[in-house]
Design a protein. Structure first.
Length: 451
């Protein structure tokens, strides 16, 4: 008898899979747009409310704290209540909180709302990527993970367009109101997304899983007949599996998972600290180099466009040279680009090196999201990915505080350079850890990898 997992692995890319990837990708666009608007909003609010660098740091970090908590709880909840429920629930949370942020009347109120927005945003990542990974056949799993992550670039580009065209003329509140749009579409998304067959099988809902896989098999022209004795075996296997569903935090540090957990936590902390260390502060740092607010938004928009080839090149490479080498190359490339950007001496160099920084860093992000859900079994995929993501958000929380401290300590003349020297070191360390301790997952089924 072929299991649900093996039947999925035998499938090509079906219309159902492509629809799920597209719908989940659109949700990811809104996640990225909400997160991306923070950089433009911080610069505008700083001028409007006359906030200190420390207050701006807290504004950025409040969302990161929420993201850490959201990632942890959503990952655990997704293993218990399903991927679909958490994807839609988080969508509503961050959409409503973002819309309310546009009505904030003071700094404390905005801090609380940004925390709630972050909670919903943080919960989407580990669940959405586990969801797509579980729907994807082995041979295109990595590519699909990066294609999903590539929607992040479109969301970030949208946020840059909002910052460039709307914030200067209409104020920062309009950015938050636009971020409320996904909550209005939650019902549409709920009807469009079916639950993960792998998850359904893992919790004893074998017939529902079989129905979904049959739809994809029908679209691919494959007919799979289940004999009576196979139905009995499938039900028995499902009931045996459901007894082993809950994998706790301590289990992630057992001998079976400790190397995987350690590597993922280093990767996630490093990529979050490094990425949010520059991306949330880019417009503000460019202001310090003498550019106007509008010009800093313009440069950020141009650099954001480099994210797209970064993602698509990673999607191509990850299924050809493997996850481990792709991760190493993109993190190493990000380290080099960060060094060059920190030493940029002209407008041309700012644009070129900044574009390279976005290219490599977002390629690295794509590889991270493709790799993360592959290294844990179905029963631990949500919680394992969620804890790694949550630990990473500590890096995202820390960076907005560390960057202004270094920048102000060295002064506006050379503070910019020292910020990026620090970020270079962070990306280089992650590349080294991947090279020494990372494991290859290309060409292996999820069940093979997790043992």
């Amino acid at each position: 008898m072929l299991s649900i997992a093996k039947r999925i692995d035998q499938l090509p890319s079906t219309p159902m899979l492509r629809k799920i990837l597209l719908v989940t990708g659109i949700i990811w666009v809104f996640v990225a747009m909400n997160q991306g608007m923070v950089s433009g909003v911080i610069a505008a609010i700083g001028q409007d409310w006359e906030l200190t660098p420390g207050q701006l740091g807290w504004l950025a970090s409040a969302g990161m704290i929420g993201m850490a908590l959201g990632a942890t709880l959503s990952g655990i909840a997704a293993d218990k209540w399903g991927r679909k429920t958490l994807i839609i629930g988080n969508l509503i949370i961050f959409g409503v909180a973002s819309g309310l942020s546009g009505f904030a009347v003071n700094y404390p109120m905005l801090l609380v709302l940004r925390f709630l927005t972050g909670f919903g945003l943080g919960g989407e990542g580990p669940v959405a990527f586990a969801f797509i990974s579980e729907y994807s056949p082995t041979r295109i799993r990595g590519r699909n993970g990066i294609l999903l992550e590539s929607f992040w670039a479109w969301g970030w580009i949208l946020s840059a367009l909002v910052a460039y065209f709307l914030i200067p003329g209409y104020g920062w509140r309009v950015a938050f109101w636009i971020g409320a749009v996904p909550a209005l579409l939650a019902v549409v998304y709920y009807k469009a997304i079916p639950e993960s067959p792998r998850y359904l099988a893992s919790v004893g809902r074998a017939e529902e899983a079989d129905t979904l896989v049959r739809i994809m098999e029908g679209q691919a022209g494959i007919e799979y007949k289940v004999q009576k004795e196979e139905k009995t075996n499938l039900e028995q296997e499902s009931h045996e599996t459901v007894e082993k569903v809950h994998v706790g935090f301590i289990d992630l540090w057992s001998k079976k998972y400790v190397r995987t957990t350690l590597v993922l936590w280093v990767i996630w902390f490093g990529v979050n600290f490094g990425y949010y260390g520059f991306v949330l502060w880019t417009p503000t740092l460019l202001l310090g180099k003498g550019f106007t607010l509008v010009k800093s938004f313009e440069f950020t928009l141009i650099m954001c466009l480099a994210q797209l080839p970064g993602y698509y090149s990673a999607a191509w490479l990850v299924e050809r040279i493997g996850r481990k080498l792709a991760l190493f190359l993109y993190f190493a490339g990000t380290a080099v680009a960060a060094w060059l950007f920190g030493h940029a001496a002209s407008t041309t160099e700012v644009l070129i090196y900044g574009s390279l920084l976005y290219f490599f860093s977002l390629g690295a992000w794509g590889c991270v999201y493709a790799y993360t859900p592959e290294v844990y079994p179905t029963v631990a995929r949500g919680s394992g990915s969620g804890w790694a993501t949550a630990f990473g958000r500590l890096g995202a929380f820390t960076a907005p505080f560390v960057v202004p401290v270094i920048y102000n300590f060295y002064g506006t003349d050379i503070g910019f350079t020292y910020v990026f020297i620090m970020l270079t070191a962070v990306f280089a360390v992650v590349a080294l850890v991947v090279a020494l301790l990372g494991k290859e997952t290309m060409g292996k089924s999820l069940e093979e990898i997790s043992g």
